[in-house]
Design a protein around this ligand. Structure first.
Ligand SMILES: Nc1ncnc2c1ncn2[C@@H]1O[C@H](COP(=O)(O)OP(=O)(O)OP(=O)(O)O)[C@@H](O)[C@H]1O
Ligand SMILES: C[C@@](O)(CCOP(=O)(O)OP(=O)(O)O)CC(=O)O
Length: 402
């Protein structure tokens, strides 16, 4: 008996122009365009195996080994239904192909990082789901077409269908057909972009992005200004900066847009707070770091950005990463060993940290060990990957492997 199965992995993306607000909550159509950097799957990824089989009795999905309910009309069900629809069209055009669209699917997925902790697990997760079904169904669909379906799982997921630098064009059609992701530049265009994730908390967050952003749409007058007056100009300027590899402009817009996203969260009624004291101290440290860099070299060296949680993501050219880690470690001593995937520190490890010459240490207090629970060093990466059968997450019985 033929086994119809495919395994793919997909990356996390972290936005530099934030998506926050929907004009259609069912189709997941945003109130503004957004732009992100895709991070390397060598470090952070969702891996998903999908199988179609005539013996399966219903569609089932396991996330990190636990079965998730596929609610009728819910986001998972919508993505699976849309993908089966594309397969059906493909079968109609290619009548000799097996009728996989009529079989139920079993899907097993794993994230190699905390789920629902503000590390964009839903983005990587839905991108991996859609790309594994696309591989299973052998669809000729483009990444932008698939992004339209991933969007209906979680808005930010549409951007994880591409590597590199990715825009989600908001579109204007009521049916969402023009709301999808496009590549601004591939990873290879600007491979020197590194990212340091400061994990402040990996707990499940208090206010989900989904509910938080709708409260903002309903109550924040500042959001209306952001949508009309701010984001369109920033999208154009940051796209241009990426094409020109202009880190100064990229960094300035990234930090300003993170600030404004958290300002609209505060402008929401009742207000939403995602950043905490540790997050704000990291802003102060990076701001001072940039001040002396600008004084010495005329250029910025780092850009912070925060999603719907307290974790910082710091974008920087590779040459600065060691200095930034030393700086962070100085203020936020590490309780856990830093994995150092790029081998910056050698056998002696990160040590007690250091500040660059001229740095005003009074900008923040030193925090107790463990305030920043961990540091993840990664960089810009590629789009979804089709993996070998040996990496499958479903066993011969069609159930998740232990
Ligand atoms: N690998 C996966 N496959 C399918 N669905 C997933 C996967 N990973 C996460 N999800 C879905 O995404 C949900 C978590 O999304 P949520 O937006 O709460 O957190 P997050 O994505 O980590 O944070 P944020 O989007 O704010 O960065 C999970 O409860 C699950 O429904
Ligand atoms: C702050 C953000 O990370 C918000 C992400 O929101 P989600 O994509 O998680 O929301 P839903 O579409 O409701 O699933 C900004 C961004 O990624 O652009």
């Amino acid at each position: 008996m033929a086994v119809y199965q495919a395994t793919t992995s997909a990356p996390v993306n972290i936005a530099v122009i934030k998506y926050w607000g929907k004009r259609d909550t069912k189709l997941i159509l945003p109130t503004n365009s957004s732009l992100s950097v895709t991070l390397d799957q060598d470090h952070l990824r969702s891996t998903t195996t999908s199988r179609a089989d005539p013996s399966f009795e219903k569609d089932r999905l396991w996330l990190n080994g636990e079965e998730e309910e596929i609610k009728e009309g819910g986001r998972l069900a919508t993505c699976i239904k849309e993908m089966k629809g594309l397969r059906r069209e493909f079968e109609e055009k290619n009548p000799s192909e097996p009728k996989l669209s009529s079989y139920f699917v079993h899907i097993s997925s794993r994230n190699n990082f905390p789920t629902a902790a503000g590390l964009a697990s839903s983005a990587a997760g839905f991108a991996a789901l859609v790309s594994s079904l696309a591989a299973l169904y052998k669809l000729p669909a483009s990444a932008s077409e698939l992004s339209r379906i991933a969007r209906q799982g979680s808005g930010s997921a549409c951007r994880s269908l591409f590597g590199g630098y990715v825009a989600w064009e908001q579109g204007s059609k009521p049916d969402g057909s023009d709301s999808f992701a496009v590549e601004i530049a591939p990873q290879s265009h600007w491979p020197d972009m590194h990212a340091l994730i400061c994990v402040v908390s990996d707990d499940k967050k208090g206010t989900s992005s989904t509910s938080g952003m709708q409260r903002t749409v309903e109550t924040s007058p500042l959001l209306q200004h952001r949508i009309k007056e701010v984001v369109p100009a920033r999208m154009a300027a940051i796209s241009k900066a990426i094409l020109a590899k202009d880190f100064d402009t990229f960094a300035e817009i990234t930090m300003q847009d993170s600030n404004q996203f958290h300002a609209v969260a505060l402008d929401t009624y009742p207000p939403i707070f995602y950043m905490n004291d540790v997050s704000r101290a990291i802003v102060a440290v990076i701001t001072e770091y940039n001040r002396i860099a600008k004084e010495k070299t005329g250029h910025l060296k780092a850009a912070y950005t925060y999603d719907a949680g307290p974790n910082a993501v710091i974008y920087t050219p590779k040459e600065n990463v060691k200095e930034i880690i030393e700086l962070i470690v100085k203020y936020f001593p590490q309780a856990n060993t830093f994995s150092d995937p790029f081998g910056l520190f050698g056998a002696q490890g990160v040590g007690a940290g250091a500040v660059p010459e001229g740095f005003n240490t009074a900008v923040a207090k030193a925090f107790p060990a463990g305030s920043v629970k961990g540091l993840i060093h990664t960089k810009v990466g590629d789009g979804p990957r089709v993996l070998d059968a040996s990496e499958a997450l479903l066993g011969p019985d069609g159930l998740p492997k232990a």
